[in-house]
Write a protein that binds this ligand. Structure first.
Ligand SMILES: [Zn+2]
Length: 124
C-alpha cells in the first residue's frame, strides 16, 4: 500500500493494512515542510528462527512505532527514526516489512530452548 506524500494535508490520514498475517494500523500527518509523522501499531504472528537450535516458529509481534517521513534526502541524520521516500510515495507495506525483518533479526529462543534454560538455572 502506498500513500502519495502530497495527499497528506493537515488532516490526519489513517491507514490499515494486512501483509503476511500481520496488521499495521496507524495514521499519517503532516509535521513540517516535506515532513510527515507516522504513528502506528503492528500486531501479528511472524515466523522467526530460534537463535539456539534453529527451529522456525511463530511469535506474536506487537509494537508501536513513530517515524518521521521525508520526501527529500535528509542531510542531518540526528533523528534516526527518519525514512526517506524520494519518489513522493509513502510505502506503508515497505515500512511494515522492514519492521518485521527487524523483529526477525532480534534474539529469539523457542519455547523448548527457553525451558531448557530454566532447567539449567534450577540445577544450581
Ligand atoms: Zn530453540
Amino acid at each position: 500500500m502506498k500513500i502519495l506524500f502530497d495527499k497528506v494535508g493537515h488532516t490526519i490520514k489513517p491507514f490499515n493494512i494486512d501483509e503476511h498475517g500481520v496488521n499495521f494500523e496507524g495514521k499519517l500527518q503532516k509535521s513540517g515542510y516535506h515532513r510527515l509523522e507516522l504513528v502506528g501499531a503492528i500486531k501479528g504472528d511472524v515466523e522467526i528462527t530460534c537463535n539456539r537450535c534453529g527451529v522456525s516458529f511463530d511469535s506474536t509481534m506487537e509494537s508501536s512505532l513513530k517515524l518521521t517521513i521525508s520526501d527529500q534526502i535528509v542531510e542531518d541524520k540526528v533523528d534516526l527514526d527518519i525514512i526517506e521516500f524520494l519518489d513522493g510515495e509513502v510505502d506503508i507495506s515497505f515500512i511494515l516489512l522492514s519492521e518485521m525483518n527487524t523483529f526477525r533479526s532480534e534474539y529469539h529462543y523457542c519455547d523448548r530452548c527457553d525451558n531448557s534454560d530454566e532447567v539449567f538455572e534450577m540445577e544450581f
